[in-house]
Write a protein that binds this ligand. Structure first.
Ligand code: ATP
Length: 351
């Protein structure tokens, strides 16, 4: 297996630019998530990788071989799309063995391979069932086993979990990731679900409006978002508009220390994660006053909605975290915004 590389790849449909020129490397054996809101170009990018769509410009290579215009079936990539499109009148085993039997592999060998794959996806013993006798999660695993039957060089999945309920989806994300790691297969997953991307990916490609906003491992995307769009899209964030003056952040009349450097006098957008704000009275920099407007206990986290001197903000405490005097609704309090928690971005109108 080799790196899959995009050089200046873009795609337009008439006047619609679905994907702007992109340079990307999908590392061998890695799982990369293409993440972004609806219409940002994820599926179009995946379809170009699959050979189902030709790039308008640019080049796609696999291990140095130019595959830009190679037909989909010749690429030998495994694919699982939103609708698994299993054959309902075939058994589970026949579904998984399908690609092997039509390419001429003897039936007993294809069936043995199918049974092996069904064991891998924890469906050993389900080979004789019809598709209609399976749950959504089991069907999804059949689709994965079927895609893996040809020993694909690259595995492409487009929102494969979207039909599953939330609990099953989370279980399948973990299972799929463990399977992918054990097989070491280069995998690209399209999703609009940030938790799915964070759970499974070695690397996340965040897209919006056909552009790549950031490419980085999940933790870096979360803790060091490249811009306000990424900070907003991944996790919860409090945003404030202000200016950068004398090395500090000024929001209205409030002046805050921050660790980030920025262009003096420029308009900025400041992002602060809810779990990086503290409700306390410790003598420290960046303490601001606030009224508690709403409190909710979600079990694993307690959420405090505040109306502060810099605007509305949400603070989160994980269960078990120390919060000596829990404020209640209607109470006045102070909150502390540690300087290193302030992410500073340019405040530019996005096209
Ligand atoms: P979703 O999450 O809703 O599936 P996406 O991020 O996968 O969205 P794409 O399906 O890649 O987005 O679409 C990107 C843009 O290209 C959209 O504006 C879409 O309307 C447009 N587009 C996609 N396919 C075609 C097509 N065959 N003809 C014309 N426009 C298209």
């Amino acid at each position: 297996m080799h790196d899959l590389v995009l050089k200046g790849v873009s795609k337009s449909f008439g006047n619609t630019v679905a994907v702007e020129p992109i340079d990307l490397t999908f590392g061998k054996g890695q799982l990369t998530a293409l993440l972004g809101p609806s219409g940002c170009g994820k599926t179009t990018l995946l379809r170009m990788l699959a050979g189902l769509e030709e790039p308008t410009i640019g080049q796609i290579t696999l291990g140095g071989e130019d595959i830009t215009f190679k037909r989909a079936h010749k690429r030998k990539f495994g694919m699982v799309f939103q609708s698994f499109a299993l054959f309902p009148h075939y058994t589970v085993r026949e579904n998984v063995a399908y690609s092997l039997t039509i390419s001429g592999v003897a039936k007993d060998i294809a069936f043995a391979k199918a049974d092996e794959l069904l064991n891998t996806v924890q469906l050993g013993g389900f080979g004789d069932r019809r598709i209609g006798q399976l749950s959504g999660g089991q069907r999804q695993r059949v689709a994965i086993a079927r895609a893996l039957a040809q020993e694909p060089k690259v595995f492409l999945l487009d929102e494969p979990m979207s039909a599953l309920d939330a609990k099953l989806r989370e279980e399948m994300q973990v299972e799929l990731r463990m399977l992918q790691q054990s097989l070491g297969i280069t995998t690209i997953v399209v999703t609009h679900d940030q938790r799915e991307a964070m759970t499974m990916a070695d690397k996340i490609v965040v897209m919006s409006n056909g552009r790549v906003e950031q490419v980085a491992p999940p933790q870096e995307i979360y803790h060091k978002p490249a811009n306000a769009f990424v900070a907003d899209f991944i996790g919860k964030t409090n945003f404030f508009d202000g200016v950068f003056e004398n090395g500090k952040v000024q929001i209205g009349q409030t002046i805050l220390d921050c660790d980030a450097g920025f262009i003096e006098g420029s308009d900025i957008r400041v992002a602060i994660r809810p779990e990086q704000i503290y409700i306390d009275t410790a003598p420290d920099v960046n303490r601001i006053s606030a009224d508690v407007t709403f409190v909710r206990d979600l079990g694993p986290v307690q959420e405090y909605h505040l109306n502060s001197e810099i605007g509305p903000l949400i603070v989160e405490y994980a269960a078990g975290e120390d919060l000596a005097n829990k404020p209640i609704m209607g109470q006045k309090t102070t909150v502390r915004l540690p300087p290193d928690a302030l992410q500073v971005f340019p405040r530019e109108p996005r096209p």
